[in-house]
Design a protein around this ligand. Structure first.
Ligand SMILES: [Zn+2]
Length: 282
């Protein structure tokens, strides 16, 4: 493609709209991943059905955001509520895909950044719902971060490796020190993997701010839930330890992954004036 075409305003508009709609559609797929990966089910087959009544979901009931609005958040068969998670994940993915294009353009960066956002959304969603961080998501994320640094001319592989080691190592150190001090596991090993993935994308320098954003966000959220919404328990699902009554800190079961993901997304945009691009595009 010629430089002239790539910079033409109409061409840029068309690609931006395409990325927005592609993001909405991919967001719909990410919802399937969030639901099925913790259950150990295939993310490709069978097609989506209502978990309440097993009614298959027709293509026109599966249009991102619009279908959820048209159905008013309920299954057409059994009237079971459809979580607001579905349209929210779709809109978030669409917005991040659009922002990625407005910030990086059609470059070698773009596919890696879209993959980064998609993986972080699924990781955060699964952590919220099931309190697990599957390696099947973080390990490919780490490898993509390294490959991105290897391929992109502005980036250095060494920086990526340093970010990976610092991200994985620093949280591991916190967990070990916390364990020595209290004989309790403070955070999950999954958090280490998430920060290692973010480190392999962002390099070591941006990791302290990622941890800062995640910690402040996590603490604020915890305080809000505990004292404003009076929730005794923050995590959604009941773990095996709960059922046996051996869960040591029922009130403290909290997820950190979503806040790491937020820090990782914010810091990726840190030196890009993405919001200005978005307002200008609007
Ligand atoms: Zn149903």
């Amino acid at each position: 493609m010629s430089e002239e075409l790539l910079l033409h305003p109409l061409f840029r508009q068309a690609v931006a709209l395409f990325l927005l709609f592609a993001g909405l559609a991919i967001g719909s797929f990410l919802n399937v991943c969030i639901y099925r990966i913790p259950l150990g089910r295939s993310i490709i087959w069978p097609p989506s059905a209502c978990p309440g009544c097993g009614r298959p979901i027709a293509w026109y009931e599966n249009i991102p955001v619009l279908s959820w609005l048209a159905l008013r958040g309920r299954c057409r068969g059994c009237r079971a509520p459809i979580s607001v998670q579905y349209p929210l994940v779709e809109m978030l993915t669409g917005l991040l895909f659009l922002l990625a294009y407005l910030s990086w353009g059609l470059s070698v960066d773009l596919p890696f950044i879209l993959a980064y956002f998609s993986l972080l959304i699924v990781i955060a969603g699964i952590d919220i719902k099931a309190q697990i961080v599957p390696h099947i998501l973080t390990v490919p994320g780490i490898l993509l971060g390294l490959l991105y640094s290897y391929l992109a001319p502005e980036r250095m592989l060494l920086e990526s490796v340093a970010g990976l080691l610092l991200g994985g190592g620093s949280l591991l150190l916190v967990i070990v020190l916390f364990y020595i001090a209290t004989k309790k596991i403070g955070m999950g090993g999954g958090d280490v993997m998430i920060l290692a993935m973010i480190g392999s994308y962002l390099g070591p320098v941006k990791l302290p701010p990622v941890l800062f954003i995640a910690s402040v966000g996590g603490i604020l959220f915890f305080l809000l839930m505990r004292f404003v919404f009076k929730r005794r328990r923050i995590a959604g699902t009941i773990t095996a330890d709960d059922i046996k009554g051996t869960e040591p800190d029922l009130e403290r079961v909290i997820y950190f992954g979503p806040f790491l993901a937020i820090g990782g997304v914010v810091m990726l945009f840190a030196d890009r004036s993405s919001w200005i691009h978005l307002i200008a595009w609007w």
